[in-house]
Design a protein around this ligand. Structure first.
Ligand code: 4NP
Length: 161
């Protein structure tokens, strides 16, 4: 079993996109029973709000449907999850500030699992939801490949080729 919390600033654009994209990958791979997947924001700006409509739209254009209500990341989330995957360097600083520098072994930038460990630009400011979708998809695929390689037993692949 693997638990993941995707984290961005507002929890209405990038991290709910990552949550739903990763759930879609996990479902396609038949691995849903092995995962607990959620998302949250470092700020309290959007608490209680749904996925931002342009983010929802780009997901639906890729056949991904789902809901999320924005909430703020807590220290308990970090303690209770195996992986806390942030979208950019600012999120990373904010999360490490919350933990006082602890739990560094489970906090990663999502794209650090790719061959190009970049930040995922915030579409709230760039308005480029297409680019955000591409980068998040790339990060989620690379993270799943990492788990398959490094933690096969935890996601039900033990003993399989
Ligand atoms: P997100 O984008 O961190 O990808 O959810 C943002 C959404 C809202 C705000 C900032 C970023 N805001 O300032 O309300």
């Amino acid at each position: 079993m693997i638990s993941v919390n995707f984290v961005c600033l507002g929890n209405i654009c990038r991290s709910p996109m990552a949550e739903l994209i990763f759930k879609d990958i996990v479902n396609d791979e038949g691995r849903a029973p092995f995962f607990v997947i959620d998302s949250s924001g470092t700020s309290d700006y959007e608490i209680g709000n749904p996925i931002y409509p342009p983010a929802k739209k780009i997901l639906e254009q890729h056949g991904i449907y789902g809901e999320h209500t924005a909430r703020q990341l807590t220290l308990k989330d970090i303690k209770n999850n195996d992986y806390v995957l942030v979208m950019d360097s600012e999120n990373l600083v904010d999360v490490l500030r919350l933990t006082g520098g602890r739990y560094g072994d489970k906090i990663f930038k999502l794209c650090s699992f790719t061959d190009n460990p970049r930040d995922i630009a915030d579409p709230w400011y760039t308005h480029d939801f297409r680019q955000a979708y591409k980068d998040i998809k790339d990060g989620c695929k690379a993270f799943f490949a990492y788990l398959k390689r490094e933690r096969p037993g935890a996601i039900g692949f033990a003993g399989q080729n």
